[in-house]
Structure formats: C-alpha cells, structure tokens
Design a protein around this ligand. Structure first.
Ligand SMILES: [Zn+2]
Ligand SMILES: [Zn+2]
Length: 344
C-alpha cells in the first residue's frame, strides 16, 4: 500500500500522524467534530444541594456546577451515535461555564494517537428543588417509619433492608429525614401511602410485625390531619444466631424471604418459621450471656446419647445427639439453662 497524505495540508502519514478520513490529526480537529453536541444542553439541578436530575433520578455529584454538567454530558451525550466513527475513549471535560455557554475540551484516541478539541454549546440550567430538599426545608412529614429488630441491630442486616427499600423510587423521593440509632432506624416521610407500602414489603420479605398508630395534629383548611407512625419489628436474625423457640434452643441456619429456617438443637429438626410462627408464639434472641459454648470431643455412644468430653474442663456430658458422628470428632457443646446440646 502506498503512503497516504493529508488532503488539506499534505502531511505524510506516520506513526504519530495517522490519516483519519483523508486528514492528518491537526487538520481533522479543525475540520470535523469529534463529538456531536446539541445546540442547547438542558440540565436540571437542585439549587439547594446541587443534585442532578438524570434518567428519572436525583444523583449527588458534588457542589460544583461544572462537575455536575460534565457528569451529565458524559452520561447522556457521549454516546456512540454522537461520536465520530473510529474514535475511542471519548471524554468531555468542562473547562468553563459562562453566560449560558458551556466550554468543553473533548479528548479521544484514534489508534494510539491522542486527540483534543475545544468546543462550546449553549447550556440551560433548570433549577428545581429535589424532593429531599423540598421536604427537609419545609420540615413537614406525614409519616414515621420506625424499623426495629429483636436481635441486636446489625449493620449488614440494616444495609440489606436499606438497599431493598431504596429500590422503591417513591420511597426514596418521600424521605424527609433518616435517623439511625442503636435500636434501629427512624425514617420520616412525606407520604403515608408509600410508608404503608414499604411496611408491607418489610412484613412480606422480612417477616416484620407491623403496628400503626395515628396521632392527630390538628386541622388544616378545615380538614383533620393526622400523622401516621408505623413500627416495623423485624427478627433481624442472621445464620448462626441462637434463639429460644417453644422453650428450646435452636440455631438459625438460613434466612428465607418472609421467614427464618431454624434447627432445633435437641433433635436436629429443621423448622421453617414464617411470619405467624414468629409472632404468635414468639422467640427469644439469645446472646453469649444466656448460654456457653465449649469445645469437646465425642468419646462414645451410650443408650442413644453421645458421650462428650469438654476439652478445657475434662467434664463428661451425656447429650442426645441428632446424628451419629465418628468417635473422636471435635464438636461444640452448647450449655443453656443447665442442659447440654450439640452444635452440629
Ligand atoms: Zn493536515
Ligand atoms: Zn436538593
């Protein structure tokens, strides 16, 4: 193949001067647009917190309006159909925003050569308070959701619940305030219907017990107003937890949508507890103060019971065993209310 030359300035093709559509890089950026921009970019920003409205959602990029516009352009305009064919790694950087114009430096790669082009277009900033700022500024809320757990509050459990509820857009947009404390989380919301809706999710998926109370807060425009408080009590268990159920200790083996699977320590029976099982008969979360766990070893089986020796004390326990293990097997002994159980 013969050498190619720039049709505009005559420069010969070389490793640092590839010919792009008949032009050398320098002429290419003078003659062509690396990125097609609309004549006007409309960006909706919350004037209070600087959140950006994009793809139907409010996102918080930072306080700096340049950063917000840059994020918006890269997410919505830097798309294959707006990019000159053959260019890779196209990025737009905002170098200035002034009197309704946004000035951009567009960078890209063509083969191994970096290209950069300065462009400008009109920008219109539409200012609209985001739901969060709207509510917190007015300070008004219509409903309070109190999330509590029977087991101690655990970060992973709460994060999982938070992620689940955050998938409900109307919930996110109705939040006025979130307060985390050692017993759980209080969420103030501007919308009672959505509060009832998410309480129902907590009941269905996390076996929460829901209690609703209304408090009259006077009249507004002749209509009686009341605030709704929903208390959602969740088991909040994780696998490995020990609970007392129907008077006997049991180990939580698995969590299930809307329930908990436990293994009774006395006979190894696996029981699935659904919402009503949990709340009608109740359960007690046991912590390390309620029971002791010892290391032990199976010595023998006698009369249907395992003969187990505790490693530290040398004490011998006769324990009803849900299944037969090899002699010499190491096991954990759980002592609860003076009775010994095997954790196997
Ligand atoms: Zn040229
Ligand atoms: Zn805002």
């Amino acid at each position: 193949m013969g050498k190619r030359f720039c049709v505009r300035c005559g420069r010969e093709e070389g490793p640092n001067t590839p010919i792009i559509d008949g032009l050398c890089p320098a002429c290419f950026i003078k003659e062509r647009r690396m990125l097609e921009l609309p004549t006007k970019i409309r960006v909706t920003i919350c004037p209070i917190c600087g959140a950006l409205y994009i793809h139907g959602d409010w996102v918080r990029i930072g306080k700096n309006v340049e950063d917000v516009i840059e994020y918006f352009i890269n997410k919505t305009i830097v798309k294959r159909h707006n990019i000159y064919p053959g260019l890779d790694d196209v990025k737009a950087k905002v170098v200035g925003v002034e009197s309704g114009m946004v000035y951009l430096r567009v960078t890209a790669h063509y083969k191994n050569v970096s290209l950069s082009q300065d462009v400008a277009t009109h920008v219109e900033l539409h200012k609209k308070p985001c739901p969060l700022c709207l509510h917190s500024r007015s300070g008004s809320y219509e409903a309070m959701l109190q999330i509590r757990t029977i087991a101690p509050v655990r970060f992973d459990v709460m994060r999982d619940i938070g992620n689940r509820l955050a998938r409900v857009r109307e919930f996110r947009e109705s939040i006025v305030e979130i307060k985390e404390h050692k017993d759980g989380v209080d969420v103030k919301l501007s919308n009672q219907a959505i509060t009832r809706y998410v309480a129902n999710i907590l009941k269905r998926e996390y076996a929460a017990k829901i209690t609703m109370t209304w408090e009259n807060t006077g009249y507004l425009g002749g209509k009686r107003r009341s605030k709704l408080t929903i208390s959602a009590r969740l088991p909040g268990l994780v696998s490995g937890d020990i609970i007392e159920y129907e008077g006997e200790p049991a180990e939580v083996t698995k969590l299930k949508k809307g329930g908990v699977i436990i293994k009774r320590l006395s006979d190894g029976k696996v029981v699935t507890l659904r919402h009503d099982d949990i709340w009608k008969s109740g359960f007690k979360y046991l912590n390390e103060k309620d029971y002791a766990v010892l290391d032990g070893r199976i010595l023998n089986y006698e009369g249907g019971k395992a003969v187990v020796q505790a490693t530290d004390s040398g004490n011998i326990y006769f324990i009803k065993s849900p299944r037969i293990l090899n002699l010499g097997s190491r096991v954990k002994i759980l002592i609860y209310k003076g009775k010994a159980y095997l954790l196997i």
